[in-house]
Design a protein around this ligand. Sequence first.
Ligand code: SAM
Length: 427
Amino acid sequence: MSTALGNHILVEFMNCDPHIMNDVVAIERDMVGAAQKAGATVINSTFHHFSPYGVSGVVVIQESHLAIHTWPEYGYAAVDLFTCGEMNAWISFDHLKECFGAKSYSAIELKRGSLNLLQRNDFDISTMRSRAAEWRNPDFYTRNVWFTDKDEDQALSLRFTGEVFFDVQSPFQRVRILESNKYGKMLALDDMVMTTEKDEFHYHEMISHPALFTLGNAKNVLVIGGGDGGTVREVLRHPSVEKVTMVEIDGAVIDACKEHLPAIAASFDHPKLELIVDDGIEFLKNASAGAYDLIVVDGSDPVGPAEGLFSVSFYTNCYNALKENGILVAQGESPKFNEKAFAELNHTLQDIFGKDNAPVSLFFVPTYPTGMWSFQYGLKNIAHPKSIDKAESIDAFVAQEGLRYYNSDIHTGSFATPNFVKQLLKK
Ligand code: SAM
């Protein structure tokens, strides 16, 4: 006869595999597995992946709960195995030790709710039992696996199904294709959302069409990055374009998107496309002067391989590689998330292209932190995109191509900047 209501094993798993400690899908699977292996009935699981790293989660079981928080940088996991009834949580302990590859550990077992210290209240418990039957089906439990893209002060979390279609650590970054409940499949690089099936068109239509309509007759286009393929897909909608050169540093991104995001990666076999897997920074160093009508920098955030895509030398090389009348468009970060990178990039473009030749267009991407994002322009002897009077041809093109974000109002409206943004851009 148990003398306590519950049994609590506090576990310290040490010298674990840091990659497992940072893998929300593996940890959710192993924690649920640990409960089921000990014969528990799982009610639901809620797991969060934090960027830059670390996982927190809890598996609620009919017999109480199993909880975990990881520090991948220490190869460490703090685990709580709280059970009541006959369940032997040491079975879960053994399962997790093995799954996490823990080379050392410490564990303390505590009795919780000592019966000689508690007074039982008498009430009819029969009503409780009925629902329990539902939970007996081991596959029937709600999974809440969350992917969180955050900085120190703010975050964006997307619930995903727990399914991982692609997970490769490339020489440059971790490339994953996950399935989110609301936005479909998504590409994540390291732990940042890059693009999703349901809102990618916001980004890809706005990085391409405003500049191409401003130029009117662009022929030769260079795309740096853009490994998901969405930008070249949109650029190649314009009949004037004769050649697109795309320079993506990471072949794993192209492979992942070709296989799992085919609607975005739809134009990788287009006859007008030259696809080069190389560092865009090196490519621009050797690019011929005055070669391109349009240069699109569809790079990731200023960390890892993309750090150099925010440098003065890179944009100076872009300026030189543009024709006399050319446009540069760059993924410009957000005035509300990474404000510093946003402002610094624009100051760099103002220095290189001229104070009045570095406009910013703002647009919305629900799956980027804050949802407010920007493209930053460098205009080389070209009038401001707002100044063109092509509403009719823009809207005809929009109707013909079935575009879902861009239109003639958005073309102009996206260059309207709120006062706090004007302040940020002031040099
Ligand atoms: N929409 C995304 C964003 O706003 O962050 C960008 C999407 S796109 C997938 C970014 C691409 O830039 C990635 O595939 C990444 O591998 C690529 N990239 C990063 N640094 C690069 C570099 N130095 N040269 C070429 N491609 C680079």
